[in-house]
Design a protein around this ligand. Sequence first.
Ligand SMILES: [Zn+2]
Ligand SMILES: [Zn+2]
Length: 359
Amino acid sequence: MNRPIPKNMKAVVYRGVDDLRVESVPVPRIGKNEILVQVAACGVCPTDIKKIHQGTQVPPRIYGHETAGTIVKAGAGVRGLAVGDRVGLHHHVPCMDCHFCRHRAFAQCETYKRTGITAGFEPAGGGYAEYVRVMDFCLPGVVKIPARNSFLEGAMLEPVNTVLKGIRQLPLLADDIVLVAGAGPIGLLFIRLLALQGIRVVATDLIESRRRLAKSFGAWKTADGADPELMGKLGKLTQGRGLDAAVICVPVDAVVAQAQAALRGGGTVLLFAHTVRGKTAPVDLGVVCVDEKSLGGSYSSDFTLQREVARLVFSRRLDVRELITHTFPLESTSDAVALAAKPTPESLKVVVVQGTQAG
Ligand SMILES: [Zn+2]
Ligand SMILES: [Zn+2]
């Protein structure tokens, strides 16, 4: 039985740079192989903030892609999912068949690059609306949320996936020493997942409260990112050998150069926050060639890790609940975005929630 669904709904529409408006829009219609989800929680992601602040995409759009909610309608051709299921969504799902997918470069796949979840206009995630339409090619990315877990936890699957994907690119052994630069929500996820893997994490951040959090998430050592003695300290911690890897969770070029200098030969710097193209920075290419210090990047999620991510989050081996410090109602999405863009010492993950159903 499908539940009655209104004709119109509230949505937060991006109308131009830093211009988010609460508007009434039609509830999306779904096709035979699609589902309609009533949104309960949607995380505010740095990539959405970037689009809203920099106007990199043509308005109007409805953003929000870290979405969890309840299926309220399912097309006749949908199998394995039903009205009433509580689910977490992935707005990008690769075809698993093209040249890029065969190379496991899923984020470069054409199907993956199409956003398959929408609340109207050009598909852009749609999580900042009451309902979203999930297109057929995104159904393999729908994950059921166990009864004991919350929608908030379901909304964290996508960011956790991106972090696990990044870690999988690092050739690490137990007891290795890895720098995580930046202990915001993403940095803290890296710290916890690396620690679970037996890695000794050195976490840096400019904010003291975040360094304390880094400790509680499993960091072995912490340091002030601006400490002029930092390089010497990293040298001491690794007994002069250098770091096995460094994950850069802040978009600061100087941090990359510093991390590269602190690596051992054959180590890896992984860029995770440099998401703006067209900016260049000097790199000592001899260090990459002769010292075999790799410089790599990771972006977006890996569909094949989805089950593992769901297990980690829903078992609470990776407990994401303490990461969510602020929730805002849908009408206040622009405040949520503003806080996530300019975090306070107390704020970590910011989530837009609807109704009383988020918990
Ligand atoms: Zn995201
Ligand atoms: Zn593909």
